[in-house]
Design a protein around this ligand. Structure first.
Ligand code: FAD
Ligand code: SF4
Ligand code: SF4
Length: 478
């Protein structure tokens, strides 16, 4: 008789009716028993495809092997060998399209829950004392990392382990980037982010907060003042709007501002914290990505009676992670598909009173491969709301580019950098993460930080091609 396979272990979660009014973490993490059972499902493949699916190449079968032998400390060390932020990745990585999509089990059944096991091991280490790995002897070289998001933290941590002196310059008063100001507490608790930032610091990285590069100092000045290399990881924090009438009314927020006020500046604790926020009774959130899910679920937790997501395509095209979209619907968020705002209407006091929308239908595929929404004439209707949150995507904030001649950018404002090394067209300046790709994922930003750190290290040691920039076409032809 064939051996019965162990089913994938479900993650315990707070019940929807309970969690929709609190900011505590929704997913509660595996118990020890669940983690050990799930670890048994891994086949310990000799050529593990899952590792190919991870942008930082976590040693997946090895850490899972150590876990199932109950060698928790070793499992944590194996994880951190490649990943400076494992408790964060275990929570927010889109595993279903990364490592888990490549797991050999996914061909016939559900893949190993790699992310959940990563979270279990990282949480175990946080509770039992974090061990700092050995470092290379000091190289005498200094690197400036701009931005303390996942790209910058990864790059800085790896370079510090190589023996270089690393200083991170961060514009905000708290490090972490989107992990701190964007992703809400109920998905990624701040103490988890703080602990992993502390780990990067413990590797010897100096962190300077409230340093806006481009205002206080330019990239050129950092190089002139003795830094041997600069890594730009300033993300894409500039929100986009639709350009429709009424967007300047009171009660219209960008998702970035709304989430920053809540997450980083703790508006939900007002007046204990002095950041005020006014939340509507009926809230409309425009967009259906991860940011829209976070904004809508935050509005609900702040006390809104109804929260409506307005999305111009259909359910099949929703860009948010499946898990987060399901969580939002379970909590009672109302989703309007094939609906597009055309105007925000205000009352006599200049405050939002409604969102005028138009029905859409799907036409031919556009450049993204998704079917294009086409307006249905005469289908306009007014949705009565007193607050609108625009979650439509972001672009790099241009501040960091002040006085940085030689740094080439695309027409959308992203920095042009080599995909494999992170080198920009400005000598001794590397870049990676959302500043290069536009809004993407935590793990893709970390992968870029890691590749850049490897190239910076090799460059500073004189071990890698010192020809600074080769056009991709010329490189392909040679
Ligand atoms: P960031 O995280 O943006 O960090 C950049 C840092 O640079 C910031 O701290 C910023 O203050 C600093 N900075 C900017 N300009 C300057 C300057 N001039 N000088 C000094 N410092 C500066 N991804 C996932 O994988 N899973 C998710 O579930 C997920 N959810 C998300 C939810 C929200 C609300 C948002 C907004 C994004 C989400 N993402 C998610 C995307 C992910 O967070 C980003 O792709 C990732 O954080 C990009 O990392 P980064 O290091 O490039 O930039
Ligand atoms: Fe998977 Fe993310 Fe962990 Fe890599 S870091 S193994 S992609 S969960
Ligand atoms: Fe384990 Fe799946 Fe990776 Fe194989 S591919 S080592 S089964 S996680």
């Amino acid at each position: 008789m064939p051996k019965e396979r162990i089913p994938r272990q479900e993650m315990p979660r707070q019940a929807p009716e309970e969690r929709r009014r609190n900011f505590k973490e929704v997913a509660l993490g595996y118990t020890l028993e669940q983690a050990l059972t799930e670890a048994q499902r891994c086949l310990q493949c000799k050529k593990p495809q899952c590792v190919e699916g991870c942008p930082v190449q976590v040693r997946i079968p090895e850490f899972i092997g150590a876990l199932r032998n109950k060698e928790f400390r070793r499992a944590a060390d194996l994880l951190k060998d490649k990943n400076n932020l494992p408790a964060i990745c275990g929570r927010v990585c889109p595993q279903e399209t990364q490592c888990e999509a490549r797991c050999v089990l996914a061909r016939k059944e559900e893949p190993v829950a790699i992310g959940r096991l990563e979270r279990f091991v990282a949480d175990w280490e946080r509770q039992n004392g974090v061990q700092v790995p050995p470092k290379a002897p000091p190289s005498g070289k200094r690197v400036a990392v701009i931005g303390a998001g996942p790209a910058g933290l990864t790059c800085a941590g790896d370079l510090a382990r190589c023996g270089h002196g690393v200083t991170i310059f961060e514009a905000l008063h708290a490090p972490g980037g989107v992990l701190m100001y964007g992703i809400p507490e109920f998905r990624l608790p701040k103490d988890v982010v703080e602990a992993e930032v502390e780990y990067v610091r413990s590797l010897g990285v100096e962190l300077r907060l409230n340093w806006v590069i481009g205002k206080i100092k330019s990239v050129h000045e950092l190089l002139e003042e003795g830094f041997d290399a600069v890594f730009l990881g300033t993300g894409a924090g500039l929100p986009m709007f639709m350009g429709i009438p009424g967007e300047n009314l009171s009660g219209v927020y960008s998702a970035n501002e709304f989430l920053t006020r809540n997450n980083l500046m703790k508006a939900y604790l007002f007046p204990e914290y002095d950041t005020p926020i006014k939340v509507g009774r009926k809230v409309a959130v425009v967009g259906a990505g991860n940011v829209a899910m976070d904004a809508s679920r935050t509005a609900l937790r702040l006390g809104a009676e109804e929260v409506h997501i307005v999305y111009r395509r259909s359910r099949a095209e929703v860009p948010a992670r499946k898990e987060e979209f399901e969580n939002a619907e379970e909590e009672g968020i109302i989703v309007h598909f094939l609906t597009n705002p055309v105007e925000v209407l205000g009352n006599e006091k200049g405050w939002v009173r409604a969102l005028r929308c138009q029905r859409q239908e799907l036409g031919e595929p556009d450049a993204s491969g998704r079917r294009r929404p086409v307006p249905v004439p005469g289908s306009e209707f007014d949705m009565e709301v007193d607050m609108v949150i625009m979650a439509l995507g972001t672009r790099p904030n241009p501040m960091v580019f002040t006085q940085s001649a030689g740094l080439e950018r695309t027409r959308h404002g992203m920095v042009v950098a080599d995909e494999n090394t992170g080198r920009t067209k400005l000598e001794r300046v590397w870049a990676g993460g959302d500043i290069v790709t536009g809004a993407a994922t935590v793990i893709s930003a970390m992968g870029a930080g890691k590749r850049a750190a490897a190239d910076i290290d090799a460059y500073l040691r004189g071990e890698r091609n010192q020809v600074w920039w080769v056009e991709p076409e010329a490189a392909a032809a040679s």
